[in-house]
Design a binder for this molecule. Sequence first.
Ligand SMILES: Cc1cc2nc3c(=O)[nH]c(=O)nc-3n(C[C@H](O)[C@H](O)[C@H](O)COP(=O)(O)OP(=O)(O)OC[C@H]3O[C@@H](n4cnc5c(N)ncnc54)[C@H](O)[C@@H]3O)c2cc1C
Length: 501
Amino acid sequence: MAPENVHVPWAGTHRSRRPVVVPWTSDTALPSLKESHVAEPATPSGTPSDVVVLGGGSAGYATALRAAQLGLDVVLVESGKLGGTCLHNGCIPTKALLHAAELADGAREGARFGVRSTFDGVDMAGVNSYKDGVVAGLYKGLQGLVASRGITYVEGHGRLVGPDTVEVDGTRYTGRHVVLATGSYSRTLPGLEIGGRVVTSDQALGLDRVPSSVVVLGGGVIGVEFASVWRSFGADVQIVEALPHLVPNEDVSLSKSLERAFRKRGIQFSLGDRFAGVKETDSGVTVTLESGTTFDAELLLVAVGRGPRTADLGYEEQGVTLDRGFVVVDERLHTGVGNIWAAGDIVPGLQLAHRGFAQGIFLAEQIAGLEPTPLVESSIPRVTYCEPEVASVGLTEADARTTFGDDAVETLEYNLAGNGKSKILGTSGFVKLVRRKDGPVVGVHMIGARVGELVGEGQLIVGWEAYPEDVAALVHAHPTQNEALGEAHLALAGKPLHAHN
Ligand SMILES: Cc1cc2nc3c(=O)[nH]c(=O)nc-3n(C[C@H](O)[C@H](O)[C@H](O)COP(=O)(O)OP(=O)(O)OC[C@H]3O[C@@H](n4cnc5c(N)ncnc54)[C@H](O)[C@@H]3O)c2cc1C
């Protein structure tokens, strides 16, 4: 909270968006869930639960944990492993690989810092054992957490067979509310079959060797993260992206900077040329683009996005509207049918684990009658954990210009060359701020080693609609990379300190 003598231009705007937190105690009266019951009980015990959650990934288990914490009876149905994509095939294992990749780069670059070290190669068995150990530890912790909250955990494939009922292996589970959270799968292109040397991130995470060369189809988040890992591990990497830039959803300045950094690292990429086909041979693949260009490699990674897992689950039969497979919901994540809600990757928008967690918490609180504030999608931080990292929150410059008009937007780039800690780390990059003229900062965009860790501050700035003057008044610890954010705001507030013209 700002002291009274500090001008708080955003007062009254961000506060109205802040959720009202109602701590739950055993004395807290829960809303009339019992009264909203819409069907006869059909659970084996004959008593409907308060919530049946279909899918135990980030969105589903967050719903279940928070709902149980609020005193609701919860049934959680999961056909695979509790924790879903993020824990087993997504965020956690890829970030473990990226950490191993950082160590490989460190070993290579030791001499630059006066440390004698050499990179002797990668023992994939060792890397996998480290990665799997991290996943296993978190998995065990999560299982314990779910058990300790008294959640009824059902293993098996669930199907929505009524507006309040999920069937698993012939047994029906009825809830006063049903939350759909069945997540997503790796998509491919028409005619491009996965198998053999053509893999998705699922198979790539289980490789027992470092491929000598890889074509990565797709220059989005997943594609560039794998490209980064494999390059650090010593592979030749070629990315193929049909759009004009890598990480095409980011501010174009970040995309261009990442392209320069990847070029320097020897990661090849082809932009604006579409995939036409692949031929598999005994020793590798030949990938052809529409221009006729071909690339040979040992493997092809297909990283063209993730599709919602909503087919054949009974959703449409119950009246839930799907749009290209995604579940259509209102801002409160309601499907428009009975007490059916949806969260996570099946809901159109950013497919990120922390969005799923937040939506799950939101739904649990809403079902418990706490009236939480709907999430603001543009305030959700996005991090791509390649080297260098790319992190952002809020509007890109282009989006801000479309939203507010060309003349109503101001931007500032602060180069990490002026930041002591970045210099120590030997990283380059920048912080870019997008501001509504005479108004708050509406976008924070960053590139450089470790900038993912700075996005928390960026998120507060954008989420609380801070003015540059507000942030400039805050003291940032020295020497940290956070200082770069402070300095960027100092500069935007008209009083640059370590900024070179
Ligand atoms: C390689 C990769 C890297 C990623 N890295 C990041 C990252 O760094 N940060 C980030 O925020 N996000 C990352 N993501 C995205 C993140 O994993 C997803 O956004 C997140 O897992 C979505 O959560 P969810 O609960 O919606 O779906 P999921 O995690 O997919 O969970 C859905 C669950 O539902 C279960 N299920 C499906 N159908 C049924 C059924 N009929 N019956 C019972 N159970 C069912 C599935 O088994 C699954 O466990 C990454 C994804 C990938 C693939």
